[in-house]
Design a protein around this ligand. Structure first.
Ligand code: PAF
Length: 278
């Protein structure tokens, strides 16, 4: 595996390739990321990964400085997955000058759910993903469904900018007890780790209620929010949305409308997100 830092080297390594499958990450790789590499391999060749902790997508009170950086261990894992090139730029390689041109997702999609609680997050994500895509020029890019809203925003960004890139969504990888794998799980204390799968159990309960015919979605959301709070979580949202555009289904949505329930909540100092298609 070649490890490259600069955009120029990256371009040189991939010259002439037209079936590249790309997996952007922020590192601290776990089985969830490795499943993205495997899916990428099914969609293209060579597989290129990036590791870049992108300062533009962290708010002033978020964990940019303390975000886990484990490059050596990550390299070992990627080598085993036969990744061809790892692009691991420094902040200076990626943003040699302040990044003044940015990509702003539409208000309706970018400022709700995660965007409401992490203002500017999706501007940072879209800007770095656009720049990474411009460096790597993949034919396919793989993103995890765990970040459901991110996947949708990136997919629509590629469509609106007519980028010739298929954005593929990968299923969430979970621990045996249901907790979605995330780099942030390592911040959980043992007691919090024991409680954490409760979020996924709650999403399953919500799915069962909706599939069981309960149509008062607001009341389901409210009860779920309260249940989390009673167990010591600090929920940001528990929200049932249309899968097609992530808007609330509204009173006249058809019963067949494909839905997804999304949630974000803090357990101690750690903010977890998860979702489940209904
Ligand atoms: O999901 C992530 O890890 C990041 O948001 C991404 C897509 C690599 C952009 O920094």
């Amino acid at each position: 595996m070649k490890i490259v830092r600069s955009i120029e080297e990256m371009r040189a390594q991939l010259r002439g390739q037209n079936r590249t499958a790309f997996v952007p990450t922020m590192g601290n790789l776990h089985e969830g990321h490795l499943s993205l590499m495997r899916l990428a391999r099914q969609h293209g060749d060579p597989v290129v990964a990036s590791i870049f902790v992108n300062p533009l997508q962290f708010g002033p009170n978020e964990d940019f400085e303390k975000y886990p950086r484990t490059l050596e261990a990550d390299i070992q894992k990627l080598q085993k997955e036969n990744v061809y090139v790892l692009f691991a730029p420094t902040v200076h390689d990626m943003y040699p000058q302040p990044q003044e041109y940015r990509v702003h997702p539409p208000h309706t999609l970018g400022n709700m759910l995660e965007g409401e609680f992490r203002p500017g997050f999706f501007h940072g994500v879209c800007t770095v993903v656009m720049k990474l895509m411009s460096c790597v020029q993949p034919r396919v890019a793989v993103f995890g469904k765990k970040d459901y809203q991110q996947l949708m925003i990136v997919r629509q960004m590629c469509a609106q900018f007519a980028l010739p890139i298929d954005v593929v969504g990968a299923e969430t990888v979970r621990d045996v007890d249901g907790l979605a794998l995330s780099s942030r799980n390592r911040y959980l204390s043992p007691a919090e780790r024991a409680e954490a799968p409760g979020l996924y159990r709650l999403l399953n309960r919500i799915r069962d209620e909706v599939l069981g015919g309960q149509r008062d979605l607001k009341s389901i959301e409210f009860k779920a929010f309260r249940a989390l709070a009673e167990r010591g979580w600090v929920p940001d949202y528990v929200s049932i949305r249309k899968r097609s555009d992530l808007q609330p289904p509204g009173a006249c949505a058809s019963v067949d409308e494909p839905l997804v329930v999304t949630a974000a909540a803090k357990l101690g100092a750690t903010r977890l997100i998860d979702n489940l298609e209904i």
